[in-house]
Design a protein around this ligand. Structure first.
Ligand code: NAD
Ligand code: ZN
Ligand code: ZN
Length: 346
């Protein structure tokens, strides 16, 4: 194991500034129950862009002061064990992914198994309040370590912890059979995995994106129908489930028009802070609107099993830690077709 430096490089968020600044920061000191991860890979999520452009504030996600270090899709190796951590149970020669929601384990939602929805006022989400993966070394409580099965790369492990987990959790909320018709709106980092998961659950999948490179991927992953345009006027009222991975007024209106009577709209996208809808058609159709947030720690283990078995093949575009800001610009301008992951080597 290489020696651990006292300081490290970390990307720092300044409110109102879209570019993260690369600065020297202390390597975190470990509290009881924590390990130090050498970060190997961190995914770039569109939620980070919402933070960078100010449309979502970190303070809305936590009640304690938030760390300015983003990055909530993290994979790495342990380089130090804190007090009360048994190194035999958490070996160093193993790749780990981080369960980002960082739940308390004690509140009613945690005890119910919905630990993504932890109610603790002191919990801080990794990369969205707690220091995240856009640093070289990060402290993680052992309860948030998920062992990555052999054969899965750090890049794929990082995205599996959100870009796969989120659509998996979302699609488990609805009852899918071989007869189910699913429409997925937005085929980026999250949506392209939603296509694969809905197919793995046996559904008929229609995939829609404005971007050809993402539509091409959806075809590759056997979406039954791939659309380059879909307007509110082209209402089919045909889908049991519409997954809106964009979450803006126009995508939500399409979802409302396309969904069947008694069907479900699963809202993943956070593109707009407010969405409007007419109440009468919603009630007459008894449409279910389901909000969804990330996934549970148990589901994180389940998605790794699916990736290991090849049922889901997360797509990644790999970049260097030094080029993080450039990749955020590309993501912002629709120049990324799947998910960017920045990697770090020694
Ligand atoms: P992304 O940028 O990788 O993908 C978004 C895709 O939507 C792109 O392919 C883009 O071309 C497409 N798109 C944009 N506008 C469209 C439109 N009007 N119609 C059709 N397609 C359109 O983003 P991502 O990382 O996949 O995240 C998607 C959204 O999900 C973001 O708002 C993000 O904040 C949110 N998110 C929510 C959760 C959750 O737990 N609810 C978790 C992760 C991400
Ligand atoms: Zn995310
Ligand atoms: Zn809790």
């Amino acid at each position: 194991m290489s020696s651990i430096p006292k300081t490290q490089k970390a990307y720092i968020l300044t409110q109102g500034v879209e570019k993260l600044s690369l600065e020297d920061r202390p390597v975190p000191e470990l509290k009881p129950g924590e390990v130090l991860l050498r970060v190997r890979a961190s995914g770039l999520c569109h939620s980070d862009l919402h933070i960078l452009d100010g449309s979502i504030s970190l303070s809305s996600l936590c009640s304690l002061p938030a760390s300015p270090i983003l990055g909530h899709e993290i994979a790495g190796e342990i380089v130090a064990h804190g007090p009360n951590v048994d190194p035999d149970l958490f070996p160093t020669n193993q790749l780990y992914s981080v369960f980002g929601p960082n739940p308390c384990g004690l509140c009613s939602e945690c005890r119910y198994g919905r630990d993504n929805l932890c109610l603790s006022p002191t919990r801080l989400i990794h990369g969205l309040g707690h220091p995240g993966g856009f640093e070289q070394y990060t402290a993680v409580n052992i309860r948030n370590l998920v062992k990555v099965p052999e054969g899965i790369s750090p890049e794929v492990a990082a995205v599996t912890s959100d870009a796969v987990l989120t659509p998996y959790h979302a699609l488990k909320k609805v009852y899918l059979t071989g007869l189910s018709r699913v429409l997925i709106i937005g085929l980026g980092g999250i949506g392209i995995n939603a296509v694969q998961i809905a197919k793995a659950f046996g559904a008929h999948v229609t995939a829609f994106d404005l971007k050809e490179s993402s539509r091409e991927l959806a075809r590759k992953f056997s979406a039954d129908v791939v659309l380059d345009s879909l307007t509110v006027k082209e209402a089919s009222h045909d889908y049991d489930v519409v997954v809106d991975v964009v979450g803006i007024q126009s995508s939500f209106e399409i979802a409302l028009k396309q969904v069947k009577t008694y069907g479900s709209i699963v809202l993943i996208g956070l593109g707009s802070p407010v969405l409007n809808f007419f109440t009468t058609p919603l009630c007459l159709k008894e449409t279910h609107i389901l909000g969804t947030f990330w996934g549970t720690s148990q589901e994180q283990i389940e998605v790794f099993d699916l990736v290991k078995k090849g049922k889901i093949k997360p797509q990644v575009e790999v970049g260097k830690f030094e080029d993080l800001n450039e990749f955020f610009q590309k993501l912002k301008h629709g120049q990324i077709k799947s998910r960017v992951v920045i990697t770090q080597t020694d």
